[in-house]
Design a binder for this molecule. Structure first.
Ligand SMILES: [Zn+2]
Length: 203
């Protein structure tokens, strides 16, 4: 008898639906007919940072590794989504908010529930602390990656250490406070600083 280890697991889709022409960032698709067999294909024109996407070190500095240069095993594995819904608007996320939840080598996702500008931000100290422990960081639009874009502490601490950053995840409210397997693989396009991913949580 065959045994399928994934069969009875709950899966949460962590990627938002993208609708060409309806997004704030550039996304257009144009259908055409393939000459050879008359099937339908599309040209796609989009920004590398659109919808759920994973950023490589070359997003921060051009001489650092691109998205194809990182080990594929960085992009999936044991994950925790830390529930920060008790934080207030524009409050700093501190080491003490994170330390009891994080295991060495985790993929760490953060969720606060406060959208946009008012979202809590990752303090410089918390970014540095995470950068010694985790293999990837993921956020949705309820977390500000940086306290300030002059400081760029998170970009520096994560991307300079080859720790990819996943942005614009969705449905994190459904996995907040839980441990699961995260999978979100980038496209293998040489030179890309970031790639869209279809991200899932397998509970
Ligand atoms: Zn981005």
């Amino acid at each position: 008898m065959e045994y399928n280890v994934l069969e009875n697991r709950e899966v949460v889709d962590l990627s938002p639906l993208l609708v060409p022409g309806k997004e704030k960032r550039r996304l257009t698709i144009r259908p055409f007919i393939a000459e050879l067999d008359k099937t339908i294909m599309h040209d796609v024109d989009m920004m590398s940072h659109l919808g759920s996407h994973v950023e490589a070190p070359s997003h921060f500095k051009p001489n650092l590794p691109d998205i194809t240069a990182l080990d594929i095993r960085k992009f999936y594995g044991e994950a925790v989504c830390i529930d920060l819904r008790y934080k207030k608007a524009r409050e700093a996320i501190l080491v003490e908010d994170l330390e009891r939840h994080v295991k060495e080598g985790d993929i760490v996702l953060l969720h606060s529930g406060i959208m946009g500008e008012e979202a809590p931000y990752i303090s410089k100290e918390a970014a540095e602390w995470l950068s010694y422990r985790i293999k990837m960081l993921g956020i949705d639009n309820t977390i500000n990656l940086e306290e300030s874009y002059e400081l760029m502490a998170s970009h520096k601490y994560f991307l300079e250490k080859n720790i990819p950053i996943i942005e614009m995840l969705s449905n994190l409210d459904k996995v907040a406070g839980k441990r699961f397997i995260y999978i979100g693989l980038p496209l293998k396009i040489y030179g890309l600083d970031s790639s869209p991913v279809r991200a899932i949580a397998i509970l």
